[in-house]
Design a protein around this ligand. Structure first.
Ligand code: AHR
Length: 325
């Protein structure tokens, strides 16, 4: 009981602090329409930073008061943040789960408190019904599929007889890691030329992308035809390693990335990346609209996938608009 009371007090102080830090006098004068607690994974990538910024901007635009917490890549921090949102009795909870497993208890608490929960970006795995009201995020399986289909077209155009692939994956047991891998493997599995030499966990981090690439080059060197990297951050970490080892990324090795941030698109235009599948971080508008509907007691869609693009050396790259993240 005392613990709950302390959590509520802490959450109230946090809210006062966060609201006073970001609102002008005129905005403070009127009652916010909705209080939304959002637990973000961390700041591991330009994608994640763009996602946080978009959610803040859209909250401002829609007049939503945001309790935003950064979990610094730790699931236990996200669980603590969700408990603070419950103690504070926010109207809606949203979060991007770092991994899929391990959320049942805290989500059951949210359900018992009558607070709807919206998943943003990533999914959870649970056998319980009714813990989640809506999921807003990319179709990661389709992203993997598009990456694999591109590779088949590229191998055809280069008349390759054997295609040796190394895969640098995102955070183990996270939705994008599992679904991007599944989509990619399904796309290439019917093509006998395709051979995955190794899949290695790069945790969606630039530093890990570099480390993984060093290990892969040491182990497989000349054998590598393709690097399939689950996000731009790891790709950007891997590229200098490939160059230092004496290979030209984009020509000696086919480089496939996912996210579509500005830095990766600039490198695509330079010819050192061959293909970037978009994963848009701009999920804030759909989140605010969903949260407002939930507050008003209206029906919401259970799954919302944003439209996503695909960029590659097959296209006129001068037409790619500035990315904004
Ligand atoms: O969940 C989306 C993924 O998480 C993005 O691809 C990656 O860059 C981020 O860290």
């Amino acid at each position: 009981m005392i613990k709950r009371w302390i959590q509520a007090l802490f959450a109230a102080l946090l809210l006062v602090f966060s609201l006073s830090g970001c609102k002008g006098d005129s905005e403070q004068a009127h009652e916010p329409q909705l209080l939304l607690g959002f637990s973000q994974i961390g700041t591991e990538s330009a994608w994640r930073i763009g996602n946080t910024l978009d959610i803040k901007e859209q909250a401002d635009k829609y007049g939503v008061s945001l309790m935003l917490e950064n979990a610094n890549q730790k699931q236990e921090n996200q669980i603590d943040a969700l408990r603070r949102f419950i103690a504070y009795q926010v109207d809606v909870i949203a979060f991007s789960p770092i991994v899929e497993e391990g959320w049942d208890n805290v989500l059951q608490e949210a359900k018992e408190a009558g607070i709807p929960v919206v998943l943003v970006d990533r999914d959870i795995s649970t056998k319980k019904d009714g813990l989640i009201t809506c999921k807003i995020g990319a179709d990661f399986y389709n992203e993997g599929l598009m990456a694999g289909e591109y590779l088949i077209r590229k191998a055809d155009s280069l008349e390759m007889e054997r295609v040796n692939i190394v895969e640098i994956t995102g955070t183990a047991n996270s939705t994008p890691m599992m679904q991007r891998q599944a989509g990619f493997m399904d796309a290439i599995s019917g093509d006998e030329r395709m051979n995955v030499l190794c899949s290695i966990d790069g945790d969606f981090l630039k530093s890990r992308g570099a480390e993984c690439m060093r290990e892969l080059l040491a182990e497989y060197g000349d054998e590598i035809d393709v690097v399939f990297s689950h996000n731009d951050e790891m790709t950007i970490g891997a590229l200098p390693e490939i160059e230092e080892a004496g290979y030209r990324p984009g020509s000696d090795m086919i480089i496939i990335s996912i996210d579509g941030g500005q830095e990766a698109i600039d490198i695509l235009k330079e010819g050192k990346i061959n293909c970037v599948v978009e994963c848009t971080p701009k999920l804030g508008k759909a989140l605010m609209e969903t949260a407002l509907k939930l507050k008003a007691g209206e029906e919401v869609e259970t799954i919302i996938h944003p439209e996503e693009q695909f960029f590659s050396d097959e296209q006129d790259m001068s037409l790619i608009a500035p990315r904004g993240y």
